[in-house]
Design a protein around this ligand. Structure first.
Ligand SMILES: *[C@@H]1O[C@H](CO)[C@@H](O)[C@H](O)[C@H]1NC(C)=O
Ligand SMILES: *[C@@H]1O[C@H](CO)[C@@H](O)[C@H](O)[C@H]1NC(C)=O
Ligand SMILES: *[C@@H]1O[C@H](CO)[C@@H](O)[C@H](O)[C@H]1NC(C)=O
Ligand SMILES: *[C@@H]1O[C@H](CO)[C@@H](O)[C@H](O)[C@H]1NC(C)=O
Length: 353
């Protein structure tokens, strides 16, 4: 045996070769509770501001918008920015489903009426704004969508954040709304095969979570448990000739919100919340799916809906997830809790990519 072969074998037996043989993060990734709301509270959306503060919107027991400060400290503080009178109601919205800061201190969100949790009243949904630019916070609907189903998510265009894309999960389409020209809204993508809910869906949830990375808009189709993408222009239209394509299918009953991150080392990784089966997934650039937190029979990530990365310097590796508490499909059939925000440390994952 020649010397270099001996060295090679020695390296192998000591686990010194580069790659997966030396790097195996253990799961779940380290995590901590940031804040838990009272039972029942279904958190449907989470937005992390550049200063680390967070906004959360709820769809049960009513539509409320909460503001959280101090997420990185041992004593986070939560206040109610606005609460709408709840179910039953026919003239006041009872769901806030997606929220994003489209201008400094000006938040754009999707909201509307559900006749029961997750079952929309058609034509009651729209795009709203929460204005925190002055001390007297105000709130109004800037664009009603007359023929809407349930608007489930919102994302701002990276190059033009006053324009948003909105998912209509029941109709299986994406709307584009220019918040500076509210009378201007249009359907920019509608693709039955990748956006419509499948025949076995118990609720009309098709295209659901949205995120934009590079030239692509990514979405989940919830009951198909599949992530898709399409190339878009900087202005939020499908790129000429672009066709929706499958990114990956995941083994789950359902898949909800999704996000890429963290910036830098691991930013090829897509993180997804499965909601109904209580897990947070990491999907590598090669399409390998790993459960990084939660399990179907655990409360750790019960009904997890919305993942978002920390934005404060030194906190960019933290994946914050907001949950429903498992109210729709209780863990083991009976267990649910108040929705919560949990912080997951993704550094062990990134170190192995
Ligand atoms: C909405 O629900 C929350 C949580 O239960 C409650 O604190 C709040 O008072 C409710 N809002 C209204 C307007 O009843
Ligand atoms: C709402 O619209 C959808 C899609 O057209 C339809 O399937 C559903 O039955 C409507 N819901 C109600 C309560 O009319
Ligand atoms: C807003 O409130 C703060 C603290 O109460 C006060 O110092 C500030 O002057 C107020 N600003 C305006 C524009 O009213
Ligand atoms: C669900 O049931 C399994 C099996 O009995 C048990 O191990 C697990 O702790 C239960 N989970 C909860 C949240 O009670």
């Amino acid at each position: 045996m020649r010397v270099w072969e001996t060295v090679g074998l020695l390296a192998l037996s000591l686990g010194l070769t580069h790659g997966a043989t030396t790097c195996g993060p253990s799961y779940p990734l380290p995590l901590r509770m940031v804040y838990q709301f009272s039972k029942p509270t279904y958190l449907q959306c989470l937005y992390v501001r550049s200063n680390g503060d967070m906004l959360m919107g709820t769809v049960f027991p009513n539509a409320s918008i909460y503001y959280l400060t101090g997420a990185t400290t041992p004593t986070p503080h939560v206040s109610v920015i606005h609460t709408f009178a709840g179910i039953p109601s026919t003239d006041v919205i009872n769901g806030v489903t997606g929220i994003v800061e489209t201008e400094p201190n000006l938040f754009t969100f999707t909201g509307g009426i559900q006749q029961s949790l997750g079952l929309q009243v058609n034509g009651t949904w729209g795009v709203w704004q929460l204005d925190m630019r002055t001390n007297s916070t105000s709130l109004r609907e800037i664009q009603h969508i007359p023929n809407s189903g349930l608007l489930s998510a919102i994302v701002a265009l990276p190059q033009n954040p006053t324009v948003v894309l909105v998912a209509d999960t029941s109709l299986g389409q994406i709307l584009r709304v220019d918040t500076h020209a509210p009378a201007k809204w249009e359907v920019v993508l509608a693709d039955w095969a990748t956006m419509h809910y499948p025949p076995w869906a118990s609720l009309q949830f098709g295209v659901n979570g949205l995120t934009i990375r590079g030239e692509y808009l990514y979405w989940t189709n919830s009951f198909v448990a599949t992530i898709y993408r399409v190339r878009i222009t900087e202005d939020g239209y499908a790129a000429p000739g672009a066709r929706p394509e499958e990114v990956t299918w995941v083994r789950s009953l359902f898949v909800d919100g999704l996000v890429f991150g963290p910036e830098g080392n691991g930013d090829q990784t897509l993180w997804a919340a499965t909601n109904a089966d209580n897990r947070v997934l990491a999907i590598s650039g090669e399409g390998k799916v790993t459960t990084v937190a939660g399990a179907p029979d655990e409360m750790t990530a019960a009904g997890v809906v919305a993942p978002r990365f920390g934005r404060l310097a030194g906190d960019e590796h933290t994946l914050y997830v907001a949950s429903s508490g498992g109210i729709v499909l209780p863990v083991n059939g009976t267990e649910f809790e108040g929705g919560k925000v949990v912080a997951i440390d993704t550094r062990p994952w990134a170190a192995c990519q």
